[in-house]
Design a binder for this molecule. Structure first.
Ligand code: NAD
Length: 368
């Protein structure tokens, strides 16, 4: 049997630093859990621009499309700020998402007990929080036509169009229901069916997909503005939230901050199922390349390590090993090992990136 394949694109800034710690976990899984991946590595973002003059070379895209999953660190940095828009590092990532047709963006908002005090909300509102936001990623108002700035009479008009086809709603709804079945079996769909036709269609299609193929999953609908309120009032009421590109952009960022630090947040972008049954998928931390701390050994590797855990769960059907990694990270935090981003003044000496990675490995060892 061939090993599952994983393409690693470490990228720029702290990307390579956090990826070094992820490689330790991958090596550990091979040594101790008999779970070996065929790992290939390539360049993306500024690192790819430096070598190829483009943030995503064609052969890298081909490798990404052929891999069972892609794990990306981060892209971007001040060195590339003056580049033409078409070759900026971030374009490499956008192209990857677009060409792989990754239409479902999964953003978990999970609050580790040890970090509940980092949230802007009260501990009892967020401790134990575990919400998954599924944001439609390849359609909606960011892509709809017509768009642009025109002139009407003697003033300028800015235009964007919210547009969703039935099939676009159908497929992202299925992703949400499938996810819910692996979690607490609840989906809340958010739109503005009260004022938007695209919202009316969204609600209808999500309900139809539910009734036809997922009647076992508990489905509710909420207007997105009410959903935003509920998310900060009582976030633990939610399991999976499915919503469009624009509302998902806002709601997932708000939900992320309920949990404290950017250095803890993984994400996944999923496409259609491949022949092996798993979805085409890209996993990456939510954070960027953090140029302010790059090269200093200060970056928190947990978001990237937790992105690997998501890959294990959603691409490789290794939910048990995913949980083992998540539990190890939780234990490390509970034991008090923290990188600088997870400390308050007077908290003592922070762990370095590699010390944090080593602590996760030690916790994994202890789990056996
Ligand atoms: P950022 O996420 O890189 O950093 C924001 C702040 O959070 C910084 O103070 C940083 O030090 C801190 N931070 C982020 N990740 C951390 C970690 N793992 N450990 C400890 N601290 C961490 O966002 P930014 O500063 O707005 O952007 C910097 C660059 O990254 C820009 O070029 C931007 O375009 C790019 N970016 C890339 C991605 C991506 O690759 N997916 C996402 C966002 C931003």
């Amino acid at each position: 049997m061939t090993n599952p394949s994983l393409l690693i694109l470490a990228g720029d800034g702290i990307g390579p630093e956090v990826m070094t710690e992820v490689r330790k976990v991958i090596a550990w899984l091979g040594d101790k859990r008999d779970l070996t991946f065929d790992v290939t590595e390539d360049l993306v973002g500024g690192a790819a621009y430096d070598v190829h003059g483009t943030p995503l070379a064609d052969e890298t895209l081909e490798k990404a499309q052929a891999a069972d999953a892609v794990l990306l660190g981060a892209v971007g940095g001040p060195k590339y700020d003056t580049l033409d828009f078409s070759v900026k590092p971030e374009r490499g990532l956008l192209k990857l998402r677009k060409e792989m047709d990754l239409f479902a963006n999964l953003r978990p908002a999970q609050c580790f007990d040890a970090l509940a005090d980092f949230s802007s909300l009260k501990r009892d509102v967020v401790a134990g929080l575990d919400v998954m936001i599924v944001r439609e990623l390849t359609s909606g108002i960011y892509f709809g036509e017509p768009r642009g700035i025109t002139t009407e009479g003697n003033e300028r008009v800015g235009i964007n169009t919210q547009r969703y086809t039935e099939s676009e709603i159908d497929r992202v709804a299925r992703s949400a229901f499938e996810l819910a079945r692996r979690r607490n079996n609840k989906v809340c769909s958010m739109e503005k069916a009260n004022v938007m036709e695209s919202g009316i269609l969204w609600r209808e299609v999500v309900q139809e997909v539910h009734d036809k193929d997922y009647p076992d999953v508990e489905l509710s609908h909420m207007y997105a503005d009410a959903g935003a309120m509920q998310l900060v009032r009582a976030p633990k009421q939610f399991d999976v939230i499915v919503t469009d590109n624009l509302f998902g952009d806002l709601l997932s960022d708000a939900a992320a901050m309920l949990t404290g630090s950017l250095g803890m947040l993984p994400s996944a972008s999923l496409g259609a199922p491949m022949e092996n049954g798993g979805p085409k998928a890209l996993y990456e931390p939510v954070h960027g390349s953090a140029p302010d701390i790059a090269g200093e050994g200060k970056a928190n590797p947990c978001a990237c390590i937790l992105s690997l855990a998501m890959a294990l769960r959603y691409s490789f059907d290794q939910g048990e090993e995913a949980t083992r990694i998540e539990t190890a990270v939780e234990k490390v935090l509970a034991d008090g090992t923290r990188t600088a981003d997870l400390m308050q003044s007077g908290d003592g000496t922070p762990a370095s990136t590699s010390e944090m990675g080593d602590a996760v490995i030690a916790a994994l060892e202890a789990s056996l």
